[in-house]
Design a protein around this ligand. Structure first.
Ligand code: C5P
Length: 225
């Protein structure tokens, strides 16, 4: 049976934090874990994408802090439209607004409020285990080599009938990694107590099973399973 998490007497939410670079497979892993353990799911990348999308739609500059703050305040977690926010350019723009500390503070507050929901949540992003939910019950840091991530992205584009150049995708991925790892506020890095999962040699199923195993062990150890 798929294992729901029960709150127990204290009824504290059970939180799984998943961080890692773009294209490492966090999103699919987060969705599968949330389904399996019957937890709420928040892709925090969508919150930064929503800010970028609004700024682009208004024709404002991506470094216009006032516009970005207003856009961050307007983000409604219950109305994040994955389709509308999925464009590559929006992801690129998101990584630019994500360097603005005031934007991060506003979005992190909303993400923390989400993480307080019972019976618990899976949140994926870049700073979940380090900043948003430093007390998460399970922290996973999911990586894969830049080449593998570029190959996966190309396969996704081709599966949707599109075309792209491998080298360009690889350049984009490297640029986004640099921006996410190099920013001063909440850079992408594994929390000290994160489980590292390199999915370079794993398919989606193997990556999910490895993650599920880690969560099962935590639940077993607490007698919550
Ligand atoms: O994960 P996704 O590609 O949708 O994220 C878009 C961008 O949003 C990332 O490149 C990153 O700069 C930013 N982000 C962030 N912190 C998060 C999630 C996403 O800075 N928790």
């Amino acid at each position: 049976m798929s294992g729901g998490v029960s709150g127990g007497a204290a009824a504290a939410p059970f939180v799984i934090a998943i961080d890692g670079p773009a294209g490492a497979g966090k999103g699919t892993m987060a969705r599968r874990l949330a389904d399996h353990f019957r937890l709420h799911l928040l892709d925090t990348g969508l919150t930064y994408r929503a800010v970028a999308h609004r700024i682009l739609a208004e024709g404002a500059a991506l470094d216009d802090e006032g516009a970005a703050i207003e856009a961050a305040r307007a983000v409604d977690l219950s109305r994040l439209d994955r389709e509308a926010l999925s464009a590559h350019a929006v992801g690129e723009a998101a990584s630019r607004v994500a360097v603005i500390p005031a934007v991060r503070r506003i979005l992190v507050d909303k993400q923390r409020a989400f993480a307080r929901r019972l019976p618990g949540s899976v949140l994926d992003g870049r700073d979940i285990g380090t900043v948003v939910c430093p007390d998460a019950d399970v922290k996973l840091y999911v990586t894969a080599s830049a080449e593998v991530r570029a190959r996966r992205r190309l396969a996704e584009i081709e599966a949707r009938g599109g075309t792209a150049e491998f080298e360009r995708i690889l350049d984009d991925i490297r640029r986004r990694d640099e921006r996410d790892i190099g920013r001063a506020d909440s850079p992408l890095r594994p929390a000290a107590d994160a489980h590292l999962l390199d999915t370079s040699e794993m398919d989606i199923e193997a990556a999910f099973l490895a993650a599920k195993d880690i969560v099962d062990r935590v639940l077993d150890a607490r007698g919550k399973a």
